[in-house]
Design a protein around this ligand. Structure first.
Ligand code: ATP
Ligand code: MG
Length: 424
């Protein structure tokens, strides 16, 4: 026998037992963005490698070590998208959606990063993201945070996540701060670990979110980014805080929150949970006013976020919030005898016409009553419809409850739809 081929490490199948949880999650997220007037955009999964290098930044974890990059048959360097923002901006520029316009967009789909697979961290994973364009005030920052808060509420996890926010200031302020920070880090270079020493040279702000506790202690005395803010930065951030206060959304200001991507300015935020262990960030975002221009468009304000769906599914499972997802079948149709087997499908097509919300599954592959009822039970259906010779001859159907003790009834076909609807 030949060896089974298995899925690629870190790329998961989503099996039928799990898809209802995903469908529920996706439906809730879609519903919320709809209620805020956002439109869906769908981008390709593969883009020119250059797009991600130019937007995410050459010296970020993603571009340095996580991208799936390959040459296609023409010799172009292509990359499986590691995130959605760059593609969304590329698409917006390409189709003239951004300049001088207001856009509120959302997308959902797979992303690819070559990371070490572990709980909550995979090589193919899924994000739901929002990107907005053309609005430069803290009002829209607050709106997208309010929208995520509503998602947590609808999913039943609002008490399990907390919000951290920070401001990265303008590009210029950040550049000034970077110099001061590097100065400080150089004075303490001997106490840094290899990772931080490397980041000090390539992407010094990332040193701030090191997990190394002794370095964190040193950083307590480091210069603060907020000390470099001018009036506009201060006003934007206090405007956001005021709006979150008015909305009743609680948050912590975390001055160490810098995010891994290069393109952010002003607002950054993360929603974090303690219920998943170390992979605790379920949603992350911020403002990226420079990116549209950086990718060749006309300067356009932008702010957005992305959330990791696997982490949300894990949360729903961990918190036992998956009980109410629907089984796929309401009604299972059992037939006995050749005529019944031939006639029943036409009858249930008519029932499907009349009962558009009811999921009806027909027994295929024959079998005696006992065998068919076993399958009916396994299907998860509430009731079984029975078509045997009598029923076919009399234009009737029998209805049997599969989940509760109740007498089986037989009624004319013309009353079947109404009776089924009443039973479910
Ligand atoms: P992390 O710090 O966990 O590596 P990140 O900063 O790289 O996250 P973003 O690029 O901001 O993450 O992506 C937004 C969200 O997508 C994350 O908060 C997380 O929920 C999810 N995510 C990111 N990488 C992965 C992955 N490899 N597997 C599963 N989910 C992921
Ligand atoms: Mg990462």
């Amino acid at each position: 026998m030949s060896k089974n081929i298995q899925a690629i490490r870190g790329m998961n199948d989503c099996l039928p037992a799990q898809t209802p949880v995903w469908q529920k999650l996706e439906a809730i997220l879609r519903d919320v963005v709809n209620r805020y007037g956002y439109s869906e955009i769908r981008m390709p999964i593969v883009e020119m490698t250059e797009l991600f290098k130019r937007s995410i930044g050459e010296v970020t974890d993603i571009v340095e070590k996580e991208m799936y990059t390959f040459d296609d048959r023409n010799g172009d360097s292509l990359t499986l998208r590691p995130e959605g923002t760059a593609s969304c901006v590329r698409a917006g520029n390409e189709h003239g959606l951004l300049y001088n316009q207001i856009q509120r967009l959302w997308y959902m789909g797979p992303m690819f990063r070559h990371e070490r697979p572990q709980k909550g961290r995979y090589r193919q994973f899924h994000q739901f993201g929002v990107e907005t364009f053309g609005m430069n005030g803290p009002d829209i920052d607050a709106e997208i945070i309010a929208l995520t808060a509503r998602m947590w509420q609808a999913l039943g996890i609002k008490d399990e996540v907390r919000l951290e926010i920070n401001s990265l200031g303008s590009n210029e302020e950040r550049a000034n701060y970077r110099d001061a920070l590097v100065e400080f880090l150089k004075q303490h270079e001997s106490l840094l670990d290899d990772d931080c020493r490397r980041r000090m040279l390539t992407n010094p702000l990332r040193v701030l979110d090191t997990k190394n506790a002794s370095i964190q202690a040193i950083l307590k005395d480091a210069p603060k980014l907020s000390d470099y803010f001018g009036e506009a930065s201060k006003k934007h951030f206090s405007g956001l805080c005021e709006r979150l206060d008015a909305l009743g959304i609680q948050y912590q200001v975390n001055e160490r929150l810098v995010r891994g991507l290069d393109y952010y300015n002003y607002t950054v935020f993360e929603w974090i949970t303690e219920s998943l262990g170390s992979q605790g960030t379920v949603c992350a975002g911020g403002r990226y006013d420079g990116l549209v221009e950086q990718l060749g468009g006309k300067a356009t304000s932008a702010v957005g976020f992305a959330m990791g769906l696997e982490r949300l599914v894990l949360m729903l499972e961990t918190l036992n919030l998956t009980d109410d997802v629907r089984r796929p079948v309401d009604v299972y149709v059992v037939t006995l005898g050749e005529q019944a087997e031939i006639q029943a499908p036409a009858v249930i097509e008519q029932l499907r016409d009349e009962l558009s919300d009811v999921r009806i599954q027909l027994n295929c592959g024959g079998g005696n009553f006992k065998k068919q009822f076993k399958k009916a039970d396994k299907s998860g259906a509430e009731i079984a419809l029975i078509f045997a010779e009598d029923e076919i001859a009399n234009q009737s159907v029998s209805i049997k409850h599969l989940r509760k003790q109740q007498e089986q009834i037989t009624l004319p076909l013309s009353q079947a739809a109404q009776a089924i609807a009443a039973e479910l």
